[in-house]
Unconditional design. Structure first.
Lengths: 255, 255
DNA sequence: TGTCATTTGTGCGTATGTATC
DNA sequence: GGATACATACGCACAAATGAC
């Protein structure tokens, strides 16, 4: 996507072809490849500036991204240090602080298996931790890294009737809650997630293409709007070895 | 307000009295005070620039801080929205109340099974995602809700030699990193956690008193000091059905 | 120990892309 | 489509921490 702005100058500064995200991805790839093992120092910002032909700001933005998702440790006066180099076998979903929560996660391919109106009965409502006898839209979604690869996640999603009209593209790359946000002008402000391990039921095993009884990481997500309204409930089943959740936490500085 | 930065000018640059942290603190104070209730939009960046007499970069840095710690939701094209008006002490950054995340030891009864000096070989270092050929103290800990109940967690902990002298009470109730903080006057400033499902090895199954091959939730924790030093590594194995990890995420990144 | 070059952190000004309204 | 507002990117300058001499 030919970028080419310029200042008030006469020359054509010709912006670099790289955005900070491109650079971040590239660096992550190199870390995974072992070019910068754990404990090693990354090249200095100045070097990266030269290498990628971008401004220092852009490099710093990329490094910030890597730090946020737990790859780097940064300190004033010394180059960034690699603190994680987990190989990307079964990829890692890094939550810097939020939201790539179940997000596009590096651009997963979502397949909508079904979508239907349901009434939650007592038992099911209890399991989902919401009010019984209410109407919801139930969807089943498979998520893959590649359009033809094995799925790493099978999700059962329940959407509040108010947002029943939400539409998903054929090969949607966004998470459902992102689509809801954009189509209904609500803001998901809070997500409560519960994670546990479980054995794959035949139902789940079939969709994830794993043996029945395989260890599954099960994440129950409750999405709330900024007004405290329950918008979406998700039960995400992750196939073993194909997915890993990473969370980076910072202790609050002053306040 | 005395702004007067400039480029190659002759005037004295005289920076604004406010840094982005000052501005962040101030805005947080105003949010706490109710000036900007939940759901309200903050003034636009341009307005804040005028108000504080700083550059747009500085304002954006402050807003980024507020987003990171869960006060704001940001979206391109529209002013930031306040999504939370409360403060959590201690750990947090977006991840709502880490207390639960990291305090799973809190209130639990910990049993120290072993403690020994080890040198991490390449393979093991790789698995733990840290530098090889380094010396660490390895501990094994069992966690129970009741002194006589079944354990819900078996942890393998690796402590940096500098903190090797850390002592645990017979029936310690604190998490190890807490003990380290208090005994060595360091501050754990960053934690990176990775979660995945796995089948219980015979070793783990024995200690958790579950059948071999049971679905296990495996959490790898890396604890870093405020100086970026790796202090502790933990591999926590959770027994199925006996434990559930709950994470409350507050909004951050909206792009 | 202290000096000093290096490196990152913070801040300024500006230009332009792109989503929202 | 147009106006507004945030996102990304360029370049520069100085402060503060590091690390080596």
């Amino acid at each position: 996507m030919a970028r080419s702005g310029q200042q008030g100058a006469i020359e054509a500064p010709v912006r670099s072809r790289f955005g900070y995200r491109d650079i971040a991805k590239r660096l992550i790839g190199e870390i995974h490849a072992g070019d910068w093992p754990v404990g090693a120092k990354l090249p200095t910002e100045a070097v990266l500036v030269d290498r990628f032909g971008v401004s220092r700001n852009t490099v710093r933005e990329a490094l910030r991204e890597l730090r946020d998702i737990g790859y780097l440790s940064k300190r004033r006066g010394t180059p960034s240090v690699v603190i994680s180099a987990v190989t990307e076998k079964g990829f890692v979903n890094s939550i810097g602080s939020i939201s790539e929560l179940l997000e596009y996660a590096g651009g997963a391919h979502n397949t909508l298996l079904s979508s239907e109106q349901v009434v939650l009965l007592r038992e099911q409502a209890l399991r989902l931790d919401c009010a019984p006898d209410t109407e919801w839209v139930r969807m089943q979604v498979l998520r893959r890294r590649d359009p033809i690869g094995l799925p790493f996640c099978y999700s059962e999603l329940f959407v509040h009737p108010r947002f029943a009209g939400v539409t998903l593209e054929a090969d949607e790359r966004r998470a459902l809650y992102r689509a809801i946000e954009q189509q209904f002008d609500v803001v998901i402000a809070r997500v409560v997630q519960e994670i546990e391990a479980a054995a794959a039921s035949s139902h789940v095993a079939l969709r994830l293409e794993v043996p029945e009884g395989s260890p599954i990481m099960l994440a129950r997500n409750h999405f709330y709007s900024d007004e405290g309204e329950l918008v979406e409930i998700g039960m995400a089943h992750f196939a073993p070895g194909r997915y890993r959740l990473r969370i980076a936490l910072d202790r609050r500085r002053a306040d």
